[in-house]
Design a protein around this ligand. Structure first.
Ligand SMILES: Cc1cc2nc3c(=O)[nH]c(=O)nc-3n(C[C@H](O)[C@H](O)[C@H](O)COP(=O)(O)OP(=O)(O)OC[C@H]3O[C@@H](n4cnc5c(N)ncnc54)[C@H](O)[C@@H]3O)c2cc1C
Length: 411
């Protein structure tokens, strides 16, 4: 089949390889990495050990404190509130115990396949060298907060996820640069990638070498016809005739889905980061600073601190006081950072759905259009498994992950 993939972010790229593996003809429609696409600036975690949706008791516990602080881990710009209200209403609904349980089950089902899918994709392309397998740490400033998180750890263990509670001396040995931490858990099986932008660039290069075609334009419209589908672009190239279309344009997918009659509650949780020269932090593995709303990653290309959730849409300019505030909070844990010069700052658009589940499945009007977007905080983690699911849907061969919780018709 000839398949157009709209968007060559991490999800589109992984999908391109899954389809090339199965002998399909692939056309990537991509205007050239949009400013703020999260594929390039994310934290690089393959966080398959995470199981909680954003609408979780953990988030609600921290929410009042976070919302009080305009530069804290979670902010809603007042002017954006009216646009966000329907999304927030769905977020509230997704917070009922039954819905949280359903989201956890679905997140686990897809995350359980995430690392095997990445391993298989990377090894088939001889890109295994991108995986860094040093585990991931969660740390708490106060033991009382750690004790309140026991339910999550128990739940993870119930799923067979390794979670080792570290004694202070074990933590000091593992990460001697860390200060002001009273509790820590090591997830030995979690991992990260060398650098997400470099990985994406390699995947694009290899997709083209394997025969994928690249159309350097915005897809502006998907026209459904009986015999074929036509993808119109805003470039000078004529409309593309294809058998199937995959919409993998991150936050920009919403408008394309709306044209086909699917109103998807997709908004962006804007995230920020600062990247320092490699080795600045003096840490050996990714760290989640629980309750602080940021993580750090020792990427091959630099040490990155990233996180924060800001609801302000895609048009508003970045507010890097937020990045500075995050760095300021990090100096509590890494005091030597105070004397470091300014880092490279970045803001990007997580494509987020209120129940923290991506949309993976056919459009309402026509099964020849497959959606693959809305991965929120886990798009890198879930890209390779999403690609396998999309390939299975296109070929009518369901895989091991139940697709129903990810359907576009669930809203
Ligand atoms: C601060 C931060 C940290 C994060 N950390 C992690 C992490 O550690 N682990 C993890 O798993 N996830 C993480 N994420 C989330 C992850 O980065 C995203 O979920 C993921 O990158 C989404 O990928 P995507 O391919 O769906 O979308 P995008 O990266 O947005 O790519 C979409 C592509 O579509 C193209 N496009 C847009 N419109 C059109 C159009 N009309 N026609 C053609 N092409 C179009 C864009 O140019 C872009 O290339 C993080 C996000 C942020 C912001």
């Amino acid at each position: 089949m000839r398949v157009a993939i709209i968007g060559a972010g991490i999800v589109g790229l992984a999908t391109a390889h899954a389809l090339l593996d199965r002998g399909h003809e692939v056309v990537l429609v991509e205007p050239g990495a949009k400013q703020g696409r999260p594929t390039d600036g994310n934290a690089g975690w393959i966080a398959h050990t995470d199981v909680m949706p954003l609408a979780s008791p953990k988030a609600w516990r921290n929410l009042p404190r976070w919302l009080m602080d305009p530069l804290g881990p979670l902010t809603i710009r007042p002017g954006y509130l009216p646009h966000l209200a329907p999304w927030l209403a769905r977020f509230l609904l997704a917070s009922s115990p039954a819905r949280i349980k359903a989201s956890i089950g679905a997140i686990r089902s897809i995350n359980a396949e995430a690392l095997p899918a990445w391993r298989s994709l990377l090894s088939s392309l001889a890109l295994d060298g991108h995986l860094r397998e040093n585990g991931i740490l969660s740390v708490w400033r106060h033991r009382a907060d750690f004790l309140r998180s026991q339910d999550i750890i128990e739940r993870q263990r119930g799923f067979g996820i390794g979670a080792e509670i570290l004694q202070p001396q074990e933590l000091a040995k593992l990460e001697p640069a860390l200060h002001d931490v009273e509790a820590a858990v090591l997830y030995p099986d979690a991992c990260h990638v060398s650098d997400p932008a470099v990985l994406a660039a390699d995947l694009l290069r290899l997709a083209l070498e394997r025969g994928a075609m690249l159309v350097g334009a915005h897809a502006s419209r998907i026209e459904l016809q009986d015999g074929a589908i036509r993808v119109h672009t805003d470039g000078s190239c004529p409309a593309l005739g294809v058998d199937q279309v995959v919409v993998a344009a991150g936050i920009w997918s919403r408008a394309l889905a709306a044209q086909l009659g699917d109103r998807i509650p997709l908004h962006t949780e804007r995230g920020y980061n600062a990247t320092y020269p490699k080795g600045t932090f003096g840490i050996g593995r990714p760290i989640m600073f629980e309750g602080e709303g940021f993580v750090t990653t020792p990427l091959d290309t630099g040490d990155r601190v990233g996180g924060a959730v800001e609801f302000a849409g895609i048009e508003a300019a970045p507010n890097h006081s937020r990045t500075d505030a995050m760095v300021q909070r990090l100096t509590r844990f890494l005091p030597h950072l105070k004397s470091e010069p300014a880092a490279k700052r970045w803001m990007g658009f997580r494509p987020s759905i209120p129940d923290s589940l991506p949309v993976i499945g056919p459009a309402g009007k026509d099964r020849r259009v497959i959606y693959a977007f809305g991965h929120g905080h886990y798009g890198l983690t879930q890209a390779a498994v999403t690609a396998q699911m999309v390939a299975g849907i296109i070929e009518g061969r369901p895989g091991s992950v139940d697709e129903s919780p990810f359907s576009a018709q669930r809203f």
